[in-house]
Design a protein around this ligand. Structure first.
Ligand SMILES: *[C@@H]1O[C@H](CO)[C@@H](O)[C@H](O)[C@H]1NC(C)=O
Ligand SMILES: *[C@@H]1O[C@H](CO)[C@@H](O)[C@H](O)[C@H]1NC(C)=O
Ligand SMILES: *[C@@H]1O[C@H](CO)[C@@H](O)[C@H](O)[C@H]1NC(C)=O
Ligand SMILES: *[C@@H]1O[C@H](CO)[C@@H](O)[C@H](O)[C@H]1NC(C)=O
Length: 483
């Protein structure tokens, strides 16, 4: 045994003891969740051991291990506080009280009155510009309020009249000719937190685009019904035709993504982008169109070579597959049509996907390996000399090891944004950010949303975006793409 392996073994043993101690101390559902989380803990150890300097920790955090649905979250709160029982499912009348953009429903603790950010007197500008006194004042005033997430039942009720729903919830129904000429398809994976999904959809929704939402087949029936009711209000928004039960790290996550692509391929669009329901855009649709045009046909997929321990741990069971440049990376892609067509129709891609079935995190290898396999000659894929494309502009996702100063909290080593991150988010060249929890520091998403819709309003007035296309068209993957 090499010295490295001995050290590795000791670290793993130590970690397991900690996990086991915690497990034995815990009870009921917590106990179950420790068991469920075991593969994740192991994965973390392996990743730690094989990490290089800026090695992102394990990805695929699409799946969060909580057993609570949005509705039961409310139920639980209600048990603690009987006063809230009447809020179990918010009445649609709330729509007339709460402004649509940049403001979710808050409830004052002392008397249960429902209110909004602006009623509490919170302006977003000082938070975005990092005015410290104001930030402190706001953080302390928010202690008196709870965020009340909108429930599936609420959406089922408000979508009974689609016209009213679309109008009252502020969906954008007009687009510029430029956007019309450049349709984008979005695949969205979601499993809970319907209000987050609606806010993401509303931010990216334009009549010229296409949307395919995969709802985890494990989700409560009411959630699926609510999402279907929302999608039924639009011609170009769909629940995917096949739904799978999604399990962290396994092929099912990948399958959900592929289901979105299969449905998307029936329509005509220029780019495909996959998202999770808990993400949010940093660009308006017109900005996105401008940026994707600057890509000049290129796709963008993160990728870097596997470490050998990582390879054995995640991939050893796939057998002898040859012909690809095997890469590890993230599952977030921005892909042109040729790339998606290749994934879903080329025999070598189909076989590769099949062989990946027993692997851990197959979707963090598949897109990445194909994107880097130059001999496949897929137009728009990578033909440069860089051995890896790591911190690209697809997402802002702040990993604990690289960004320990997250002002929100960490969930599975990813920063759930706090107020201090607002400044970073609003300045970044990235297209999307990851991620938010519905009930954690809701002011952050409120302000980001308000900032985004202000940009849209500005665009509508001036007909122009602020995008620096020189920056995007000079990126390595754009200049060095397969033509
Ligand atoms: C929807 O909300 C309205 C207004 O609060 C209420 O009167 C109605 O009963 C609700 N409908 C359903 C199906 O829950
Ligand atoms: C894998 O397959 C290739 C081509 O079929 C072959 O040349 C190579 O020896 C195989 N490797 C192993 C480890 O079986
Ligand atoms: C646009 O981006 C380029 C390349 O990154 C940079 O040199 C230039 O200063 C930027 N222009 C503006 C107006 O920010
Ligand atoms: C890839 O790059 C090489 C040199 O950098 C160039 O010769 C080749 O034509 C490029 N291939 C494609 C398909 O664009």
């Amino acid at each position: 045994m090499s010295r490295f392996l001995k050290i590795a073994f000791c670290v793993m043993l130590f970690y397991l003891i900690i996990v086991l101690t915690n497990y034995l101390k815990s009870e009921g559902p917590v106990k179950q969740s420790w068991l469920k989380e075991l593969p994740r803990h192991l994965d973390r150890v392996v990743t730690f051991l094989t990490a290089t300097d800026d090695y992102p920790l394990p990805q695929s955090k699409l799946i969060k291990f909580t057993t609570l649905t949005p509705q039961t979250t409310l139920d639980k709160q209600n048990e603690d506080d009987p006063d809230k029982t009447q809020q179990k499912s918010l009445s649609p009348d709330i729509l007339s009280v709460i402004p649509v953009y940049g403001s979710s429903v808050y409830q004052r603790k002392k008397d249960g009155v429902l209110t909004s950010r602006t009623d509490i007197g919170i302006k977003c500008e000082p938070l975005i510009s990092q005015d410290q006194d104001e930030t402190q004042r706001i953080e302390s005033s928010l202690i008196d309020y709870d965020k009340i997430p909108l429930s599936p039942e609420f959406y089922i009720n408000v979508t009974t009249s689609c016209d009213k729903y679309i109008q009252s919830r502020g969906f954008i129904t007009e687009v510029t000719q430029e956007e019309r000429d450049f349709p984008i398809a979005f695949g969205i994976l979601m499993h809970e937190e319907i209000e987050l999904l609606e806010r993401l959809l509303r931010a990216i929704y334009r009549p010229s685009n296409f949307y395919f939402i995969h709802v985890d087949a494990k989700a409560p029936k009411s959630l699926l019904k609510a999402v279907s009711d929302i999608t039924n209000c639009f011609d170009n928004v769909h629940v995917t035709s096949r739904l799978v039960k999604v399990t962290w790290g396994q092929y099912s996550v990948f399958q959900a993504d592929l289901n979105c692509m299969d449905d998307a391929l029936k329509f005509d669009w220029k780019y495909f982008i996959n998202l999770a329901g808990s993400e949010f855009p940093l660009k308006t649709n017109l900005e996105l169109v401008t940026i994707l045009k600057a890509f000049n046909g290129a796709s963008l997929v993160v990728g870097f070579p596997f470490g050998s321990v990582m390879w054995k741990y995640r991939m050893s069971r796939i057998g002898n597959v040859t012909g690809f440049t095997f890469m590890k990376g993230s599952q977030h892609i921005v892909a042109n049509r040729k790339f998606i067509e290749f994934l879903r129709t080329a025999p070598e891609a189909l076989e590769f996907a099949e062989r990946l079935k027993p692997a851990l995190h197959p979707h963090e290898t598949f897109y990445n390996s194909i994107y880097f396999s130059k001999h496949l000659k897929i137009p728009g894929s990578y033909n440069g000399s860089a051995k890896s494309l790591r911190n690209t502009i697809v997402r802002i996702k702040l990993w604990k090891h690289a960004f320990p100063s997250c002002s929100g909290k960490f969930a599975h080593d990813i920063c759930i944004f706090g107020i201090k991150e607002l400044s970073l988010l609003t300045k970044a060249p990235h297209l999307f950010c990851n991620k938010f929890h519905e009930d954690f520091k809701p002011i952050v998403l409120d302000c980001l949303e308000s900032w985004l819709f202000d940009k849209i309003e500005q665009e509508t007035k001036t007909g122009k975006t602020q995008v620096n296309t020189t920056y995007y068209s000079n990126l390595d993957f754009v200049k060095n793409q397969i033509r």
